[in-house]
Design a protein around this ligand. Structure first.
Ligand code: SF4
Ligand code: SF4
Length: 367
């Protein structure tokens, strides 16, 4: 750090001043048109531009000033570092920003401890034999893990995650306000940002795709992100429908394979498995030049955690009538608990900040 600004922020300002004179990459993504609206770059501007960057790497592979050129322009790597710094700076509560420093270790430890906790609680509250005895019929899951414990853990951890991420979002929105201050949020920019988020337009690299692996163009990362995002939303919908059935219809899980919650969960789980496994593969084989290496541990750990959640969910479906269901249910719920607990202090916050950056970008265009 130099003064109140990080080295990455100072470096990003240097690079943006060169890019603002060059403007070769204007058609690649939302970052460069947003850059041209500014003559000077405050810390908030650079944080906003960094979160607007979707790390498609197009500008790195197109740039005549990229390393080994003495200008050393590497926008994706520099912006990735600033994004990570913004996650830590705007985390709530403030002290938890340190959790981003060794994020891979934190996510792995949380997963291990949460699975252990759920297994121990199950054995303490129920006859331990229930963990390896086949349970069938209505309410089978709740004979392994009591309903109050399942709902209590999920509600508290998910509620905390939503609150902490909401507070982080407010802090980010205020902290990155442009010089003119906040504008009222209106329907037009909200709709435009929503379309950008749902289509991941900025991973399209101006139409021909990202530089996923090297300087060739591909849409793989965009499609894998879609699989992960929509798979996650379908799993969430499956849980919500299951809760509705339980509370309002009196229908208790496990439900039939062709029921709505099981179908949503099954296909959502398959998409989530494909998306997370594919993104892990992309990270492994991609050109390391435009990648911020020190952030990789946390990114690998969160993708691996999501993969484990979706794959144990699918395994649970496959073996739910056998004696292995109890242990698999405890492992699956332990992993879900870990996910909610670390969500506000993990790569998952990029969705919130990137969404807000897209909203601000849409507001600037609607001036
Ligand atoms: S990344 Fe390179 S080519 Fe693209 S605008 Fe900046 S200086 Fe120009
Ligand atoms: S990496 Fe892609 S999204 Fe990020 S600034 Fe460069 S072209 Fe834009």
């Amino acid at each position: 750090m130099t003064g109140t600004e990080s080295e990455a922020t100072i470096e990003a300002r240097r690079q943006m001043e060169i890019c603002n004179a060059c403007r070769y990459c204007e058609g690649y993504c939302a970052v460069f048109p947003a850059m041209t609206l500014r003559r000077e770059f405050t810390t908030g501007d650079l944080t906003h531009l960094a979160n607007l960057c979707h790390s498609c790497k197009g500008c790195y592979h197109a740039c005549q000033y990229a390393p080994p050129h003495p200008f050393g322009i590497n926008v994706p790597e520099t912006f990735a570092t600033i994004r990570a710094e913004s996650y830590a700076e705007y985390a709530w509560p403030q002290g938890m920003g340190r959790a981003f420093e060794r994020n891979g270790t934190l996510v792995s430890l949380a997963a291990f401890l949460s699975v252990t906790l759920v297994l121990l609680l199950t054995m303490a509250l129920q006859d331990p034999a229930i963990l390896y005895t086949a349970q069938t019929g209505t309410g089978a899951f709740f004979r392994v893990i009591p309903y109050w414990l399942m709902v209590g853990m999920a509600s508290l951890s998910f509620g905390y995650a939503l609150f902490a991420m909401g507070m982080g979002a407010v802090r980010y929105w205020r902290g990155t306000a442009p010089g003119a201050g906040q504008k009222p949020i209106t329907a037009g920019p909200v709709a435009e940002a929503a379309v950008d988020i749902l289509t991941l337009r900025n991973l399209g690299g101006g139409g021909h795709g990202c530089n996923d692996l090297d300087d060739s163009f591909a849409q793989a990362r965009r499609h894998l992100h879609h699989a992960m995002f929509y798979g996650f939303m379908m799993c969430f919908a499956a849980t919500s429908v299951g809760a509705f059935y339980h509370h309002f219809m009196g229908w208790k899980s496990p439900h039939a394979f062709l029921s709505l919650p099981v179908q949503l969960g099954t296909w959502g789980g398959v998409l989530l498995c494909i998306g997370t496994a594919g993104l892990l593969w992309v990270k492994t084989v991609t050109d390391p030049g435009p990648v911020a290496k020190r952030l990789l541990g946390g990114e690998y750990a969160m993708l691996a955690l999501l993969f484990l959640i979706s794959s144990t969910g699918l395994l649970l479906l496959a073996i739910r009538h056998t004696g292995a269901m109890g242990v698999m249910l405890a492992i699956h719920l332990g992993l879900v608990l870990a996910f909610f607990l670390v969500m506000p202090y993990s790569k998952m916050v990029h969705g919130v900040y990137r969404g807000l950056a897209l909203l601000r970008n849409a507001q600037e265009k609607h001036k």
